[in-house]
Design a protein around this ligand. Structure first.
Ligand SMILES: Cc1cc2nc3c(=O)[nH]c(=O)nc-3n(C[C@H](O)[C@H](O)[C@H](O)COP(=O)(O)OP(=O)(O)OC[C@H]3O[C@@H](n4cnc5c(N)ncnc54)[C@H](O)[C@@H]3O)c2cc1C
Length: 437
């Protein structure tokens, strides 16, 4: 059964969300830089966000990614995709609705792998949006290849002692706790020799070397921490899951995290598209609006097609996750959506810059920031190339090799086989004709 329709009841919720985001949340961009979203110390922002969060709760849409057992609506991924499409229009919206990364994935980790004491202390405030958390895996000497990770926790009696560095740990500066991947058994492959620790951020020995920001951001707003661990003393109770489980745990959050980024990217790309449409219908040059120039129309058409193709892939991926309930089965689709997130966002932001002229490239419009965000989507949770490899491996894995010299579909070989099969009908018994021989 194929259907591209939304239930009327659910459409009402989407309509409420669209109006709420458009009227109340998108305009917050005029007041605060995007990384302030997570700044729990910004009392002005927090006092603006609190009543907005209450309205989301009253509408029954708080933490819409979660099952009811964890306080969400249990909508499933397809409906979440439609909601995330709206939430992606604003960097503040996921926080207001309780779906902000990396807290969403970290809550999933805590729910699945945390012990009771960890859950009691951190899970509820995290789900309620009262605290912020950080997931820290990347190291300064390499992010895309965990085999070069050196941050290590060694045994000392009943304790673990953590030493090493982590890099680009988003929101660490505002976080209540860090989820840190560390080598615990250097004798085996990192995929079995790394463990995940939950470390309260204020633990003695956790040092902030500095907070890096994205290009364009003022240094004070840098949200991505360079962390150093100096003899941080931990116990077995600080482990998430068992020693050696780090990659199993990381995968729990990364599959979902990547597709949720893709869902939100549909929304931000659409926002760029809407800005383009408004501008090219309003701006006149050489006696006509830009939108009547065919080369401009080609750009508009291409972007519309790129976004629609991407959106359909994302929605289908979400539908498959609901259907199969197993991220491994949908690995190829998620990897493809991850790669396209970067491409579509970069394309949408670039066209928005270009078609707005000098205004587009200026700091009076948000497109430069969106362009950089597009490139960030090609890095966060792993670079695009790594995910392209996943797409290719899955595709090649389902395609068999052949023994013959010429490939399937080789015209002379196919013609020869068909002539043999239909020799009688073709009146060719015993005949050898032309190049088929
Ligand atoms: C906005 C943002 C937020 C982030 N937040 C976090 C966070 O909260 N926690 C965290 O742990 N990390 C975080 N990261 C880090 C992110 O996971 C890494 O940037 C990513 O894994 C790439 O690692 P790297 O930056 O060290 O690049 P490198 O590993 O040095 O790779 C550099 C480039 O080399 C190429 N490349 C790499 N591997 C391959 C390959 N196998 N084949 C072909 N080409 C390849 C790609 O072009 C890649 O971009 C964040 C990154 C960004 C941009």
């Amino acid at each position: 059964m194929w259907s591209f329709e939304t239930d009327p009841d659910f459409q009402e919720k989407l309509d409420w969300m669209a109006t709420f985001i458009g009227d109340e949340i998108e305009p917050l961009d005029y007041l605060f830089p995007k990384d302030e979203t997570y700044n729990v110390n910004n009392s002005a922002l927090m006092s603006i966000l609190a009543p907005l969060k209450d309205r989301v709760r009253e509408a029954g849409l708080w933490a819409c990614h979660l099952p009811p057992s964890l306080g969400g609506g249990g909508w499933g991924q397809l409906k979440l995709a439609l909601m995330n499409e709206l939430l992606g229009r604003s960097f503040f919206a996921p926080t207001v609705v309780g779906t902000a990364a990396p807290d969403t994935g970290n809550a999933e980790i805590l729910a699945h792998f945390g012990n009771q004491a960890q859950k009691d202390e951190f899970l509820k405030p995290l789900l309620d949006g009262d605290i912020v958390s950080c997931f820290s895996m990347t190291e300064p000497q390499g992010g895309a290849d965990p085999k070069v990770f050196t941050c290590q926790a060694t045994r000392s009696g009943s304790e673990w002692v953590l030493n090493g560095e982590k890099w680009f740990a988003s929101n660490a500066r505002w976080s209540e706790f860090l989820i840190v991947m560390a080598v615990t058994d250097p004798e085996v492959t990192i995929y079995r020799g790394a463990s995940m620790f939950l470390i309260p951020t204020k633990t003695p020995g956790v040092e902030f070397v500095r907070n890096s920001g994205m290009a364009f951001e003022e240094a004070a707003h840098g949200a991505h921490a360079y962390l150093r661990f100096n003899d941080v003393r931990l116990s077995d109770n600080d482990l998430l899951g068992n020693a050696g489980d780090a990659f199993k745990i990381a995968q729990t959050r990364l599959g979902g995290g990547r597709v949720h980024h893709a869902m939100r990217t549909v929304g931000l790309a659409k926002r760029a598209f809407e800005a383009i449409c408004e501008r090219v219908q309003s701006r006149t040059t050489q006696g006509d609006v830009l939108g009547r120039k065919q080369m401009v129309q080609a750009e508009v058409a291409d972007l519309w097609m790129e976004i629609e193709q991407f959106r359909l892939l994302v929605l289908q991926t979400a539908w498959k996750i609901d259907k199969f309930n197993d991220y491994k089965v949908v690995r190829q689709d998620i990897a493809a959506a991850k790669v396209l997130s970067e491409r579509v966002m970069v394309s949408a932001a670039s066209k928005a810059i270009h078609l707005h002229g000098a205004l587009g490239i200026s700091n009076e419009m948000p497109f430069g920031e969106w362009l950089l965000w597009g490139y960030a989507l090609g890095l966060a949770d792993g670079p695009s190339e790594v995910h392209q490899v996943t797409v290719a491996k899955e595709a090649l894995g389902s395609s068999a090799s052949i023994e013959e010299l010429f490939p399937s579909g080789h015209i002379p070989s196919g013609a020869r086989a068909m002539r043999k099969k239909y020799a009688k009908e073709l009146g060719l018994p015993g005949h050898r004709r032309g190049w088929v021989t």
